[in-house]
Design a protein around this ligand. Sequence first.
Ligand SMILES: C[C@H](O)[C@@H](O)CC(=O)C(=O)O
Ligand SMILES: [Mg+2]
Length: 438
Amino acid sequence: MPSGKICGLTVKDVRFPTSLEQHGSDAMHTDPDYSAAYVIIETDSGMRGFGLTFTVGRGTEIVVCAVEALRPLVLGKSLDEITADFRSFYRLLTSDGQMRWVGPEKGVIHLATAAVLNAVWDLWARAEGKPVWKLLVDMEPEKLVSCIDFRYISDALTEEEALDILHKGQEGKQQREEDMLREGYPAYTTSCAWLGYTDQQLTQLCSKALADGWTAFKVKVGAELDDDIRRCRLIRQMIGPEKFLMIDANQRWDVGEAVAWVTHLSEFQPLWVEEPTSPDDILGHAHISKALAPLGIGVASGEQCHNRVMFKQFLQASALQFVQIDSCRVGSVNENLAILIMASKFNVPVCPHAGGVGLCELVQHLILFDYICVSTSLDKRMCEYVDHLHEHFKNPTLIRNAHYMPPVVPGFSSEMVESSVDKHTYPHGEVWRSMNQL
Ligand SMILES: C[C@H](O)[C@@H](O)CC(=O)C(=O)O
Ligand SMILES: [Mg+2]
């Protein structure tokens, strides 16, 4: 069916009151209400595409405004026109002569770009009758590269080098696709140990996760050292010495403090410390990486890394040992393609950030593509999983034996259940109205 011209774009502020039970809490975000600026684009031929970006509550209304500001750049474009030269469309959104000032390619405007472009990728995949991961896997390397804006990264990755990496990734891809369809992509869980959970909750959730076959666990740290020691000890005792433990400080520390704090926790053998300090501090991360390397602890970051330019510098500075792409922070698939290929060139494993609302649904497509066509390896690689809010999606993630099973439905798995959206729309949805009356 011809996809037609985009004739409508709506955006909704959808919030879930997760803070009530401390789901998602960490040392910096103590009361997150998992939220989405949820975008629906429509074409005059009756097709729809769904996209979102993730936030943690207040402020979603600002992202909604930013999406509204992008609307005129999208309306009237046809999918064919966009996908014939996706790089130019990406630039159109990110390089508007006036709006660029409120970015560029970072902050609220870039979150809005992510939501809009995610909807366009959903529309494209639906038009092709494929899930996004399969659309990418089947795409010629030349076409993939034509979706990427190489401006600001060509000193680290040229178009020719990207093509070369993608051409190499074609070899054996059929086999890797079959492996994924059979086994799925390895995942780790963050659901057991949010910062606001009691030790009793942690113990219960961890024993259930072990029984369900999970082999890698992330614990929130960074507020009180004594609490961290107690919680890490508890979880390490439960999971034993072989399984993976990761710690996540969510930017709580200064550089020196991070090194000292993690050194105290090193007896629990974390595989990585995540976001030890400001997500913008490239040299700080490099310093921490160097200091922790002798302890066998890597540094991971990316969920609040603005764009491909920042990732480039983290990689150039050997400041990260794990790259955590996020499907809703940077400019959608287009920019994540650049990051995946750069990570491959620098030989740094990608372990995506997920969780939130919808992040698992979307990022599974990117990491499947990474394995099948870019990294071609599962060594030191796993994708985050958080067991929340999947029931609000029409095609929720499917986890089997702690692995993401590849989605089969066309699109980006980003369409939400209409009644969930209605109930959780802020501030007039039923859920918020009833809470305000309490
Ligand atoms: C506020 C979010 O829940 C954050 O803690 C998520 C995160 O850091 C992670 O999943 O990693
Ligand atoms: Mg994190």
